[in-house]
Ligand binder design. Structure first.
Ligand SMILES: [Zn+2]
Ligand SMILES: [Zn+2]
Length: 272
């Protein structure tokens, strides 16, 4: 989606006038096309000034474009829960069947009921019904009660993972956009940055870590780290960050290359 970043803002010479309002002094130049704007027609986006025409473009209002791209679109969480729901029905029925065995009794019934209720909530999540979100919290609470009855307080340890899963899902920006919920621009910006900000630098760090275990990745970490570092520009629009990750990729990549290079040389000399 995005987009070459726009260079840093240029100052407006004193005495310049707005082309649309020739009596009004120009206060800034549009960050994209450079046309002068006055106070009445400037549009501020993420702290940068644009003219009205440019502000309507998806490469300029990239957060709005990001919102529209994922608005109502089923995300990977939805597929994960949808497919899991089918498997859970079988598990729930199995536990309910076993619950007729006297040893399991009430706790088993509760667990079976919780698993079936989870299937319903998860299927509703896949479908995109908003009540699926609070329903998931309710099911985890039901599961906590079931565990307490069946195992005692130590059984609550089994609730930690589902609770974390639900909490992470409900706070996920893409999952919110799938449900067409309002997401503040600040949150959109963070989600956008995770997906799109300086991907080279992010990959450099990943390869740098991988290169410590498998030397073949290490030189690529150095290369991508250098590319990522050269791209870093906090004054561009949108700003390009991840300087730390680019440097970490270079350092780890260099260490990995050195360590595995020494190792390979030693093996070679040893074999002669
Ligand atoms: Zn413009
Ligand atoms: Zn104007």
């Amino acid at each position: 989606m995005p987009v070459d970043p726009f260079p840093p803002a240029v100052p407006v010479p004193s005495g310049a006038l707005c082309p649309r309002h020739p009596t009004a002094p120009a206060i800034a130049a549009c960050r994209r096309c450079g046309t002068f704007v006055c106070g009445s027609d400037q549009v501020l986006l993420e702290g940068a000034v644009f003219c009205g025409d440019c502000a309507a473009r998806p490469d300029v209002d990239y957060l709005e474009a990001f919102r529209q791209k994922y608005w109502g679109k089923r995300d990977s969480w939805a597929w994960f829960f949808g497919i899991g729901a089918v498997a859970n029905v079988a598990a729930g029925l199995g536990v309910l069947g076993a619950a007729t065995v006297p040893r399991l009794e009430k706790g088993g019934l509760l667990i079976g009921a919780a698993l079936l209720a989870w299937s319903v909530a998860a299927a509703a999540f896949w479908w995109g019904a908003r009540w699926a979100r609070p329903a998931m919290v309710a099911v985890v609470l039901l599961y906590a009660v079931a565990q307490t009855v069946l195992v005692g307080p130590t059984g609550l340890a089994a609730v930690v993972f589902p609770l974390a899963l639900v909490a992470s899902t409900l706070s996920n920006v893409r999952a919110k956009l799938f449900f067409k919920l309002d997401v503040p621009r600040e949150q959109l910006k963070k989600a956008w940055a995770v997906l799109h900000d300086n991907v080279a630098a992010r990959n450099a760090l990943t390869l740098g870590v991988a290169g410590l275990g498998m030397g073949v990745f290490a030189p690529f970490a150095v290369l991508l780290g250098i590319i990522g570092l050269r791209r870093v520009d906090p004054t561009a629009y949108p700003p390009i960050g991840r300087k730390g990750q680019a440097i970490a990729g270079i350092v780890l990549g260099a260490l990995g290359t050195l360590a595995w290079g020494t190792f390979a040389a030693a093996m070679f000399l040893d074999s002669r």
